[in-house]
Design a protein around this ligand. Structure first.
Ligand SMILES: *Cc1c(COP(=O)(O)O)cnc(C)c1O
Length: 343
């Protein structure tokens, strides 16, 4: 099977497994796990923030950020198809007690004027705007890179109204690799950021949230409340350290493979590639083939390729370090065979 469902399917490398085995550990709830402490310090340094916290998943990191920034009854502003809104099981309502106000974006990008207009004024009828979230790269926009300039404009608006900005940067390192712009150019336009170690960076578990010392202190308490205080966490932090320090540079290989895949699929009429393929995600519309996404994904599976549906007629394919250029050639020829058999 060639698995292009997601970059989350990447398995830990030999080196990561070894690092787990050899990790120096302690009880992190007592602050005594030197490996996770090293990971958090390194992450803070790389992301250009005062402090960082290891959390078990991207969702947990985002939720802790919302919980830490907001109070129940607040309203948060976020893009209409953002992960926090679309894919986190309604957690911001269930856990933080905030309501969402979504802003339709273009390629994942919110218009700063739309953001400003959505900020609530002083009125006893209104909720307070507690947080603005930006997602980069934007998953449902097909891994689109949100430009630094757009983040800067939104952050400028937010600062004018004293509203914090959180970046869901599950794949922010992909944005940096694709644009060739250092990660800190992105992270300087936000108060807090979440990055996933467990996606394209290949770690088996974990995310990082980063921000001010004060934010991380409160976030640590929220993590504990959510049952996320861990003991000898160095076992999973050790591969995370390798992910963070050695796996970011190679992401452009994934991007090249995704572009190669998209170029190949574009040749296969009547398929349409609907995203800009900025990073490692390719979104294909199969509607002109008279197929539903589910049928197409099933046909792929029967022919040895795993992909996911991304809408009624949309299929998502994601490159990562466990799939090679040769695998991409196989995916293209498999898709071609399915399409030809429909004609
Ligand atoms: C994957 C993802 C998350 C959630 O990460 P998990 O580790 O799966 O909880 C959050 N935001 C975005 C944009 C993602 O792609």
């Amino acid at each position: 099977m060639i698995d292009v469902r997601s970059d989350t399917v990447t398995k830990p490398t030999e080196e990561m497994r070894k690092a787990s085995y050899e990790a120096e550990v302690g009880d992190d709830v007592y602050g005594e796990d030197p490996t996770v402490t090293r990971l958090e310090e390194k992450a803070a340094e790389i992301l250009g923030k005062e402090a960082a916290l290891f959390v078990t998943s991207g969702t947990q990191g985002n939720q802790i950020a919302v919980l830490t920034h907001c109070s129940p009854g607040n309203e948060i502003l976020l893009e209409e198809e953002s992960h926090i809104f679309y894919y986190e099981s309604g957690a911001v309502a269930a856990l933080a007690g905030v309501q969402t106000r979504t802003i339709p974006g273009v390629n994942g990008m919110m218009n700063p004027q739309d953001v400003e207009s959505a900020i609530r004024g002083e009125d006893q009828h209104f909720p307070e705007t507690g947080l603005i979230c930006i997602e980069n790269t934007h998953n449902r926009a097909g891994g689109a890179v949100v430009p630094v300039s757009n983040m800067a404009e939104i952050y400028e608006v937010a600062q004018r109204y004293s509203i914090p900005v959180h970046v869901d940067g599950a794949r922010l390192f992909n944005a940096a690799a694709s644009s060739g712009i250092p990660i800190q150019e992105f992270t300087k336009h936000c108060d807090t950021v979440q990055i996933c170690l467990s996606k394209g960076l290949g770690a088996p578990v974990g995310s990082i949230i980063a921000g001010s010392n004060e934010f991380i202190k409160k976030a640590r308490k929220w993590r504990k409340r959510l049952g996320g205080g861990l003991r000898q966490v160095g076992i999973i932090a050790a591969p995370g350290l390798i992910a963070l320090t050695q796996m970011t540079e190679r992401l452009s290989e994934d991007h090249e493979n995704a572009k190669f895949l998209a170029d190949g699929l574009r040749e296969i009429s009547p398929l349409r590639i609907v995203n800009s393929v900025d990073t490692n995600i390719v979104v294909v519309d199969v509607s002109d083939l008279g197929m539903k996404a589910e049928q197409f994904v099933q046909a792929l599976k029967e022919n040895g390729v795993l992909a996911v549906t991304f809408g009624p007629t949309l299929v998502r394919l994601t490159s990562h370090f466990d799939v090679s250029r040769g695998d991409m050639e196989t995916v293209i020829s498999t898709v071609n065979a399915i399409v030809q058999s429909r004609k």
